[in-house]
Design a protein around this ligand. Structure first.
Ligand SMILES: Cc1cc2nc3c(=O)[nH]c(=O)nc-3n(C[C@H](O)[C@H](O)[C@H](O)COP(=O)(O)O)c2cc1C
Length: 214
């Protein structure tokens, strides 16, 4: 763990000021994702999703951002999973992007709703056949006896849908949309004097923007 203790990266790639950012935080997020794509960051749409269970205990894992609407960020998953159960107990979540080569982080918090069936159907239909079958074969977050036992489930599903061109969406699989009420942009700066700008929804459809101490 010496390497962890000794790491002393000084951030110097950029800076961030109120005048630099789009007045709408989701348009600004799109700009930064575009920058991450341009910089060839691996999986620039990967984001950590933090949820809270019924006992108030947090959990977190990475999911892929699949859409940004005017008001929300969308991802897809098995709604029977741990995160799905947690979102029933506590329909609020946080998301974090980290694009290391750009020395940037974005944090978002807000309420979460399930996407409607038509939207989940449309996205499911766009997935490769193998991914669609995998959604049927796995009960996400449940234990399995072995890798082989899971692969038998995959084979069973392949047999069940043999010859079926349009594999339908399983009823338990679908999208979630988080509508942020807070969005923080972080840009690393020298000697830990980082730039932090936080948007907050004012409740009337507008956003306030303030600088935070690093
Ligand atoms: C880069 C990356 C992308 C991922 N994307 C998704 C995703 O979009 N949806 C999903 O359900 N799981 C995704 N996963 C797997 C999740 O991190 C997690 O293992 C899974 O959703 C089960 O989480 P849970 O038990 O907390 O519900 C991804 C993992 C990684 C590392």
């Amino acid at each position: 763990m010496d390497a962890v203790e000794r790491d002393r990266h000084d951030y110097a790639r950029g800076s961030l000021d109120v005048g630099d950012v789009d007045p709408h935080p989701l348009r600004q997020l799109e700009r930064w994702i575009a920058d991450a794509v341009e910089a060839e960051v691996g999986e620039p749409n990967a984001m950590t999703l933090a949820t809270v269970d019924g006992d108030g205990r947090p959990d977190a894992r990475v999911v892929l951002l699949r859409r940004i609407t005017d008001t929300s960020l969308v991802w897809f998953t098995d709604r029977r999973s741990a995160k799905g159960e947690q979102l029933v107990a506590t329909p609020h979540a946080a998301l974090v992007f980290h694009w290391q080569p750009l020395e940037r982080q974005v944090r978002l918090r807000g309420p979460v709703v399930e996407l409607d069936d038509a939207e989940s159907d449309a996205y499911f239909a766009s997935r490769p056949r193998g991914s669609r079958l995998s959604a049927w074969a796995s009960h996400q977050s449940q234990p399995t006896a072995s890798r082989e036992a899971y692969e038998r489930q995959v084979e069973d599903v392949e047999a069940r849908f043999e010859g079926v061109e349009d594999v339908p969406r399983p009823p338990y699989w679908g999208g979630y949309a988080l509508a942020p009420v807070e969005v923080e942009l972080w840009q690393g700066r020298r000697s830990r004097r980082h730039d932090r700008l936080r948007f907050r929804a004012d409740g009337a459809g507008a956003w306030t923007l303030e600088r935070l101490q690093p």
